[in-house]
Design a protein around this ligand. Structure first.
Ligand SMILES: C[S@@+](CC[C@H](N)C(=O)[O-])C[C@H]1O[C@@H](n2cnc3c(N)ncnc32)[C@H](O)[C@@H]1O
Length: 330
């Protein structure tokens, strides 16, 4: 089984998707205590570090794939004013990640970020990312994927970068295959399964309400106390004129997580508003698991193709040296 080490793990959206694709999650690293509590809940016993800046590379267990959705605050187009990009304190943590990559050279890397990464500082930040990977010998491909094309009722465009060590062909094979569904695809998941829309199920009869857009606007990291305009513009309308924002449970489902994924097992009622804020925020920062699952399945296929080719090469080298080898009878 292929193993994955996850960095900037958040609530484990990438991790969950990769696990569903067939990866074994071996390591996680996350700064926020609330997120770490949830990671421990879902992946008990996995080594969990809390700060990538001080992380010693020898503490990371062997894993052929490293996955990282590094912080995007300094790159996001949702942010007002100038974007400090990869020089920003948060997004600059990318360089800490690359320090570890340089020390351990994992076989493949998956990076996820806001699509603002492609344009911040006129594209110079993205060049830094590509150069850093190239200098360490990685072939790279990237693609903007939208969660709505993966059975999730949400517009969420994110750039996925796949890098494979000494393989210029593999990353493109992972990300580009005409299986992703059309831009306006309503079919949903590229694997042919029916989309699982919480609201489409609940809203069987629109005349009775409540009403909600079938595809939500992008879910941003926000708090439960939000009283002004909802950044994400996601509302539920009732026939009697009431309007409300999505609940924390709803944003979690609209991101493609299983129900209650972000509900801590140990909580008190008195804590509920604080926990709701933490949930809204963490879900807004997370990766939609079904998108990660799609990338993960395709990556496994390419890793297996590489393994086969390596085996064929070794057999051919053996044959040319010692004569034709015969398969061992079962
Ligand atoms: C964009 S989110 C990643 C979300 C994650 N991919 C998911 O699906 O939930 C970035 C995460 O990096 C974490 N982070 C920030 N500084 C960090 C540090 N120094 N070490 C480890 N994690 C850090 C943040 O707390 C945040 O959860």
């Amino acid at each position: 089984m292929h193993a994955v080490a996850s960095f900037f793990s958040g609530i484990g959206g990438l991790d969950l998707g990769l696990e569903l694709a067939g990866f074994d999650v071996r390591f996680q690293c996350e700064a926020k205590p609330f997120c770490r509590e949830l990671l421990r809940q879902h992946w008990p016993g996995i080594p969990l570090d809390e700060d990538i800046r001080t992380l010693d590379d020898t503490k990371i267990p062997e894993a052929d794939v490293w996955a990282a959705g590094f912080p995007c605050q300094d790159l996001s187009l949702a942010r007002m004013g100038p974007r400090s990009g990869l020089r920003g304190v948060q997004s600059g943590l990318f360089h800490d990640f690359m320090r570890l990559v340089g020390a351990r050279t994992p076989r493949a890397i998956i990076l996820e970020n806001v699509h603002g990464l492609l344009s911040s500082h006129g594209g110079r930040d993205f060049t830094v990312v590509l150069q850093a990977l190239d200098e360490l010998g990685y072939g790279v491909a990237w693609r903007v994927l939208n969660s709505k094309d993966f059975g999730i009722p949400q517009q969420r465009r994110r750039v996925y970068i796949v890098a494979m060590h000494r393989d210029p062909r593999g990353p493109g094979e992972v990300l580009f295959e005409p299986q992703c569904g059309g831009w306006n695809s309503s079919k949903g998941r590229p694997d042919g399964e029916e989309p699982t829309s919480l609201f489409q199920k609940i809203l069987g009869d629109p005349s009775k309400g409540p009403l909600v857009k079938s595809i939500a606007h992008c879910i941003y990291a926000e708090s439960a106390r939000h009283t002004g305009t909802d950044w994400s513009r996601n509302y539920v309308w009732y026939p009697d004129g009431r309007v409300r924002r999505f609940t924390a449970n709803e944003v979690e489902r609209v991101q493609g997580f299983p129900a209650d994924w972000t509900l801590p097992a140990n909580r008190s009622m008195a804590d509920s508003e604080r926990i709701d804020s933490l949930r809204y925020h963490a879900v807004g920062n997370s990766v939609s698991p079904p998108v990660a699952e799609w990338v993960g399945r395709r990556l496994i296929a390419v890793l297996e193709r590489q393994d086969r080719e390596l085996l064929e090469k070794s057999v051919a080298a053996f044959d040319s040296r010692f004569g034709r080898s015969t398969p061992v009878a079962a």
